[in-house]
Design a protein around this ligand. Structure first.
Ligand code: B1M
Length: 215
């Protein structure tokens, strides 16, 4: 019988050795991969963030929790990838985490969801300077540039990246979509001129499809 609470606890407590088995058992018992991710793993990471903020845990514990989540995601990944494997490419996305920010789990989830929805995605990594977003968007003929930002100190870099895309000759070809815990719609869209903002990976797919006129 699937013990989804045990998955949440394993991520939250950083029980990396247990997580793959727990996730596999849950999948074998018929649990929905998206439910495991959204209702248990991401919730666990929110708890981890709250404990970090309250100074009950520190960076190493946060890191171990992140690695545990990643190990669990690796079990789910092939299932989500298979959902997208038969579809034709519906658009091209270049995505990265903004300069100064090394958080990658949320961005990688967005990548997974986009790929499973038929997008070709170029994941250009973390700590990405504005000019690299522009360069890679040109190189890959992107329809969308996706920016992920988890730190409030990333705000100026998010703004600089949006400005760099809008100042380039990509401006009328490419739409910029932003997301991540530190980013609000007000800041990204209203103040910085991004074309879209998404709250989670499912919303990212929906927002990008809307911007491309695919809905
Ligand atoms: Co960091 N960290 N961290 N951290 N970390 C946060 C973000 C923090 C909120 C924790 C806290 O204090 N409560 C806080 C930021 C505070 C702030 O700026 N206001 C923080 C801090 C302070 C730091 C350091 C500065 C700590 C330090 O060193 N003193 C440091 C910074 C390092 C750096 O980047 N330069 C740091 C380091 C780390 C670790 C390396 C230990 C680790 C990251 C490991 C990794 O990513 N490989 C880590 C972790 C794990 C977290 C928390 C706990 C969890 C992040 C996560 O993976 N969540 C986080 C607390 C929190 O977010 N509640 C925290 C799960 C993930 C699925 O969610 O990333 O939000 P998320 O992605 C979601 C949505 O946001 C959205 O969809 C995703 C899926 O639903 N989304 C998009 C994301 N990108 C999108 C793009 C889109 C659309 C949607 O369109 C393109």
């Amino acid at each position: 019988m699937a013990d989804l609470q045990a998955i949440k606890e394993a991520v939250s407590k950083g029980k990396r050795k247990d997580i793959a088995g727990l996730v596999q058992t849950a999948l074998d018992d018929g649990a929905d991969p998206n439910t495991i991710i959204n209702n248990y793993m991401i919730e666990a990471m929110k708890e981890v963030g709250a404990r970090f903020e309250a100074k009950k845990i520190f960076v190493p514990e946060m890191m171990i929790a992140a690695r545990t989540m990643q190990t669990g995601l690796d079990v789910i990944k092939p299932l989500l990838e298979a959902q997208g494997s038969q579809k034709e490419t519906v658009g091209t996305v270049v995505i990265g985490t903004v300069f100064g920010d090394l958080h990658d789990i949320g961005k990688n989830l967005v990548v997974l969801m986009l790929e499973s929805s038929g997008f070709e995605v170029f994941n250009i990594g973390e700590n990405v300077p504005p000019e690299k977003f522009v360069e890679k968007a040109k190189e890959h003929g992107a329809d969308i540039v996706g920016l992920s930002s988890l730190l409030t100190t990333g705000d100026p870099h998010l703004k600089a990246t949006i400005e760099a895309v809008k100042a380039s000759d990509l401006a009328d070809k490419v739409k910029v979509v932003c997301g991540g815990a530190a980013v609000t719609r007000k800041f990204a869209v209203d103040q910085c001129g991004a074309d879209g903002h998404a709250t989670d990976a499912v919303d990212a797919v929906k927002t990008i499809k809307q911007l491309m006129g695919l809905n």
